[in-house]
Design a protein around this ligand. Structure first.
Ligand code: ADP
Ligand code: MG
Length: 488
């Protein structure tokens, strides 16, 4: 099957197919303690060292709701432009598994804390709104460890009871790249808000991916399959692609799609059936009798709203208007709070146009190569600003600046110091330059006469020779001007 490069339809010999995707994203709430107990949520601790009697479901233990987690969910809801429900209910979702000591998970079902909202994606073909169905709070389960012993499974309950937000999208996504952009946008919003760290390696953000296909132009949705627990954006994209192709092949050979839960096998790049609809769990949801319905006041929501930081979309609009950035540049520079802060620090006292390019091109390349977060950048905003100012003032050329920057990356030194120590200052004395230029021309009399008889392309050659003679330090504009004058 050929994939169309210009839109998201998958074309086969027989027809053109549209992929429909809806995501259930599980985001771990940033909170020191769990949703219904005081145990720590710290990642990577000794197994079963952060387990209270509530988390291990001892008889008679009662859950007590953690108000901070409620605030975090409301904050996230506001960041998703969603309706916050003043009344919500915690339900028991019943199933049996070794890592679920209570035999049920406390979750929200019919009455979630956050209702409908929306998130805006910036795609190459324009901006697109993705609907949010709801956001509900629930507890995480423990972890079963199957690979430590051939005949035993170990259970670590540290994660048991940690607060998760499940963010359910409408089936509005249409391609792997839209899903990529959607998950990144959710992550950016939650990181701005400080409600989820979005760390996918640690499992703080993972998703169930629902996929169906329909023929281009068709109104009705196809039957969906749900791919469980995908923990990287790349795997989500791969899983969607392979699942869509699997469904298309089935439909084109006259078969039908069975609604089922599947797993993505990353090694073989294919999804595999986990359980079909008939085997689907009946969770026997009912309101948890240990917890009263959660009622919050509008004033509680308003006080959270007042404290919200500037969100990525707002920041982006401000950057475009105030600093005349393109939407692409603004997107890149607001993608993380720390990046936007770095940018704003640099342009406090340097040229915006140079600053954005130096950050997006040069600095990002270095950070990528060294696998560093911008907050750990070897080049401080102050030093980058000062480098940019030496370019603006003509003290050094852009080319030399790159050399200086390389040294800054390795040493963390100020540019002025490097320029002085290495003698990199631009040669801007016209008299000195003229002397050098005259010498260069005298050495190349044959080329000079060729130039004068019409081979004007040789101008670049002369510039190159002069630059060589000045070890790259000749002020380019002056070199050009003087050369032109001399070659007249
Ligand atoms: P369930 O509990 O059965 O998984 P949810 O309501 O929690 O149901 O989630 C359903 C998810 O499936 C939502 O993200 C929704 O957008 C998505 N979805 C629903 N219908 C389709 C469809 N036909 N194709 C793809 N995704 C779908
Ligand atoms: Mg589901």
């Amino acid at each position: 099957m050929e994939k169309d490069k210009f839109d998201y339809y998958i074309k086969t010999e027989k027809s053109s197919w549209e992929v429909v995707i809806g995501l259930e994203v599980h985001a771990q709430v940033i909170s020191n303690s769990k949703l219904f107990s005081g145990s720590s949520t710290k990642f990577g601790s000794e197994p079963n060292s952060q387990v209270s009697l509530v988390d291990s479901a001892f008889p008679g233990m009662l859950p007590v709701i953690n108000q901070f987690c409620i605030e975090q969910a409301v904050k996230t809801g506001l960041g998703l432009n969603a309706k916050i429900n003043l009344f919500s209910v915690f339900d028991r979702k019943n199933y049996f598994y070794a890592d679920l000591p209570a035999g049920y998970q406390i979750s929200q079902y019919k009455n979630p804390i956050v209702g409908e909202g929306e998130v805006t994606l910036d795609m190459p073909y324009g901006s697109k709104k993705i609907g949010i169905e709801r956001l509900h709070l629930e507890q995480d389960a423990g972890k079963s460890i199957h690979d430590l012993s051939p005949d035993h499974t170990f259970v670590d309950l540290n994660r048991s009871g940690v607060a998760l937000m499940e963010i359910v999208s409408k089936p509005d996504l249409r391609s792997p790249s839209e899903v990529n952009s959607y998950v990144k946008k959710l992550r950016t919003i939650m990181r701005y808000l400080g409600t989820c760290d979005g760390n996918m390696q640690e499992g703080s953000l993972r998703a169930d991916v629902n996929v169906s296909v329909r023929k281009k132009g068709e109104k009705k949705f196809g039957t969906r399959c749900e791919i469980k627990n995908v923990n990287s954006i790349k795997f989500m994209e791969m899983a969607i692609d392979s699942e869509a192709k699997r469904q298309i092949e089935l439909l084109e050979s006259g078969k039908s799609i069975e609604q089922e839960t599947r797993l993505f096998d990353t090694k073989n790049n294919e999804t595999r059936s986990m359980r079909s609809k008939e085997e689907a769990h009946d969770y026997r949801y009912f309101p948890d009798p240990d917890l009263l319905p959660l009622e919050i006041k509008q004033s509680f929501i308003d006080s959270i709203k007042k404290k919200l930081p500037e969100l990525p979309d707002e920041k982006k609009d401000r950057f475009i208007k105030k600093f005349k950035l393109t939407p692409y540049e603004a997107n890149v520079l607001v993608s993380e709070v720390d990046i936007s802060k770095y940018f704003e620090d640099v342009i406090k006292n340097s040229d915006i146009k140079l600053a954005k390019n130096w950050i997006i091109v040069e600095l990002f390349a270095v950070l990528n190569k060294k696998n560093l977060n911008i907050s750990k950048s070897p080049v401080s905003p102050k030093n980058l600003a000062s480098l940019i100012n030496t370019i603006s003032s003509g003290e050094i050329s852009g080319k030399i600046a790159k050399k200086v920057f390389e040294i800054m990356v390795e040493t963390g030194d100020e540019p002025k110091k490097i320029i002085k120590e290495k003698g990199l200052k631009q040669q801007s004395d016209p008299k000195e330059l003229e002397k050098i230029i005259v010498k260069v021309l005298e050495k190349n009399l044959d080329k000079v006469s060729e130039y004068k008889s019409g081979k004007v392309k040789l101008f670049g050659f002369f510039v190159g020779e002069v630059m060589k003679a000045t070890s790259g330090k000749g002020n380019p504009k002056l070199v050009n001007d003087i050369l032109k004058e001399k070659l007249k």
